[in-house]
Write a protein that binds this ligand. Structure first.
Ligand code: DX5
Ligand code: ZN
Length: 233
């Protein structure tokens, strides 16, 4: 299992890519995971949706637990569920390495962060496009990861909201101010080889990409192209 925070601390600052399994072929998930690891993914993004916080249902614990048996990739789990504290224990048991939850969904944000960390997992916090970034900034000292949603959560294949890059820049600047350059700063939604550049410029360190990677034939080429574009190549 890769320790992303340590890599960032060691200054191996290449842009991390976390392909979203939501866009993979669900009839061949194990195979897709193997292929994406071989293609150079740094982690795998697993979107868990409850049909209440977002109007869609994806997959849950049993799928993650099955995949855990076949892969050593870092499992970057993004939960779009109400009252997320209820599911931290079972996600840990299923094999999550990091859990990112929505600030809008939790009654006690600090308690969820502590519960995630109590299992030795990385704790991440995210926000809908309409939620002000100020809701997330106070939590940065306790977080391993902050995720800026650049689409309305719920579905893959939507268009990138460039206006969200202001939030990325605000989080990057606050992370620097509080002495947390190691904070993983993710962008999720509509990321591809064209939209990766503004993400990199705004200060992201990790990009989630679903349809842009799994929708194309050559996963390695897409991952490399996104990574290069983000670095301004
Ligand atoms: C949306 C999910 C995303 C989604 C991204 O709710 O959080 O992770 O899979 O898909 P693309 O990259 O296709 O926008
Ligand atoms: Zn996601």
């Amino acid at each position: 299992m890769g320790d992303i925070t340590k890599m960032v601390e060691r200054n191996e600052m290449k842009m991390q890519i976390s392909p979203s399994l939501l866009a993979a072929d669900f009839s061949r998930l194990g195979e897709e995971l193997e292929k994406i690891e071989a293609a150079g993914a740094d982690m795998i993004h697993l979107d868990v949706m409850d049909g209440v916080f977002v109007p869609n249902i994806s997959f849950g614990m049993s799928v993650i637990a099955s995949l855990r048996k076949t892969s050593r990739l870092f499992f970057d789990v993004h939960i779009m569920i109400v009252d997320p504290i209820r599911y931290i224990d079972s996600l840990a048991k299923a094999g999550a390495d990091g859990i990112t939850f929505h600030v809008e969904a939790a009654e006690d944000v600090g308690a969820v962060i502590q519960k995630i960390k109590g299992h030795g997992m990385k704790a991440g916090l995210t926000l809908r496009p309409g939620t002000p970034v100020e809701k997330v900034l106070p939590w940065l000292p306790q977080l391993d990861l902050a995720l800026v949603m650049s689409v309305e959560p719920g579905f893959g294949g939507q268009s990138f909201m460039a206006g969200m890059m202001d939030k990325v820049a605000a989080i990057r600047s606050e992370a620097e101010r509080i002495g947390r350059p190691d904070l993983i700063l993710q962008v999720d939604g509509g990321v591809d080889r064209n939209t990766a550049a503004p993400c990199g410029k705004a200060g992201a360190s990790c990009l989630v990409a679903g349809s842009a990677v799994f929708g194309k034939g050559d996963y390695a080429a897409e991952i490399a192209a996104i990574r290069a574009a983000a670095a301004g190549a």
